[in-house]
Design a protein around this ligand. Structure first.
Ligand SMILES: [Mn+2]
Length: 290
C-alpha cells in the first residue's frame, strides 16, 4: 500500500533518480565565509531545493520534461570553517570526483567564492573552455577584505588560471577592474544593443565551444530577485536571461555550471521559485537538445 500525503524526495526537482545513470550531478554547497554585506547564502541550496520540488517538470517552452536530462542530487557538502581557501579546495576535490564519474557538475551555492574550486578542477584537466559569468559585479579584485579567496575576487582567480572568461550584466565595478573591460558585457551596453538575439550572438562569438556557466543571482533585477546579499538596481529580467541563454547554449557544450549567492528571505518564497525555475530552464536549454 502507498503512503498517504507522500511528498517528492528531498533533492533538486524532487526526482526519483540514481547516480549511475545521471548525466548531471548536483552538489549543494551551503557555504558563506567571506560575505561582505547581508548574510544568508548558506541557506541558498536548501531554498532552491525546497522550491524546486514544487515546480512542474514539464516545460511548455521546450515541450519536454527537463528532468529527463538525468539529474542526481548529492549530499550537501559540510562547510570548511578553517578558511575560504580550504573550502575552495574541498569543492575542487568533490568536482573532480563528479568529473571522474563522467558527469557534469552543477554546484548550488553558497557564496560565489566556491566557483573557483569547480572551475579549477576543470582547468586542471587541460580542457579548453570559457567561463560565462552572469553577475552584477565584476568580481575582479585581487584581494578583498584581506582575502584573495573572497567572493569579490572570483574572476581575478579565474584569470590567474589563464582560463578565458566573459562577464555579462555587470553594473558595479572598481577602477582597477574596469581596465579589463574588454572581457565584460556591461548592462549599459546591453541596453544600447537592445536586442536579446544580438546580445546572445556577442556572447556566442566571444566564447569558446566548451563553456562553464557561473551564475550569480544578483545579476537579476532586485524586483524579481531581491534575495541576494548585495543587490544592484537595473538588473536583467527572467525572460531576458532565458532568451539569451537559450540561444547561446543551443550552440555550446556546457561542461559545468554553478548558481550562487541566493540569500533567501524567510517567509518570501517567490525569489526561491525564480531561482529554481531558472535552473530548470537552463538545464533544459543545455541538455535537452535531441
Ligand atoms: Mn555579484
Amino acid at each position: 500500500m502507498g503512503v498517504l500525503n507522500q511528498s517528492p524526495p528531498y533533492n533538486l526537482f524532487g526526482l526519483e533518480s540514481d547516480y549511475k545513470s545521471a548525466r548531471i550531478a548536483v552538489l549543494p554547497v551551503p557555504y558563506e565565509g567571506t560575505v561582505s554585506y547581508r548574510p544568508g547564502t548558506r541557506y541558498g541550496p536548501r531554498a532552491i531545493i525546497d522550491a524546486s520540488r514544487n515546480i512542474e517538470l514539464y516545460s511548455e517552452e521546450l515541450e519536454l520534461d527537463v528532468s529527463r536530462a538525468g539529474i542526481y542530487t548529492l549530499e550537501e557538502m559540510l562547510p570548511n570553517v578553517d578558511s575560504p581557501e580550504k573550502m575552495i579546495t574541498d569543492v575542487k576535490k568533490e568536482t573532480e570526483v563528479i568529473l571522474n564519474d563522467g558527469k557534469i557538475p552543477l554546484i548550488l551555492g553558497g557564496e560565489h567564492s566556491i566557483s573557483v574550486g569547480s572551475i579549477s578542477a576543470l582547468a586542471d584537466r587541460g580542457k579548453d573552455f570559457s567561463v560565462i559569468h552572469f553577475d552584477a559585479h565584476s568580481d575582479s579584485r585581487d584581494v578583498f577584505m584581506g582575502s584573495k579567496y573572497s567572493h569579490a575576487c572570483v574572476m581575478k582567480r579565474v584569470a590567474d588560471m589563464s582560463v578565458d572568461y566573459m562577464s555579462v550584466g555587470v553594473r558595479s565595478i572598481d577602477e582597477e577592474g574596469y581596465k579589463h573591460k574588454e572581457r565584460i558585457l556591461f548592462r549599459k551596453e546591453m541596453h544600447s544593443i537592445g536586442d536579446n538575439g544580438k546580445i546572445a550572438d556577442l556572447i556566442t562569438k566571444g566564447t569558446k565551444d566548451n563553456v562553464y556557466l557561473t551564475f550569480d543571482f544578483d545579476v537579476m533585477d532586485p524586483s524579481e530577485m531581491p534575495s541576494v546579499g548585495t543587490p544592484e538596481p537595473d538588473g536583467l529580467l527572467f525572460y531576458e536571461i532565458c532568451h539569451i541563454l537559450r540561444t547561446v547554449l543551443a550552440q555550446k557544450n556546457l561542461i559545468g555550471l554553478d548558481f550562487v549567492e541566493l540569500s533567501p528571505i524567510p517567509g518570501f518564497a517567490a525569489p526561491d521559485f525564480v531561482a529554481a525555475k531558472l535552473i530548470y530552464n537552463i538545464i533544459g536549454y543545455a541538455f535537452s537538445k535531441k
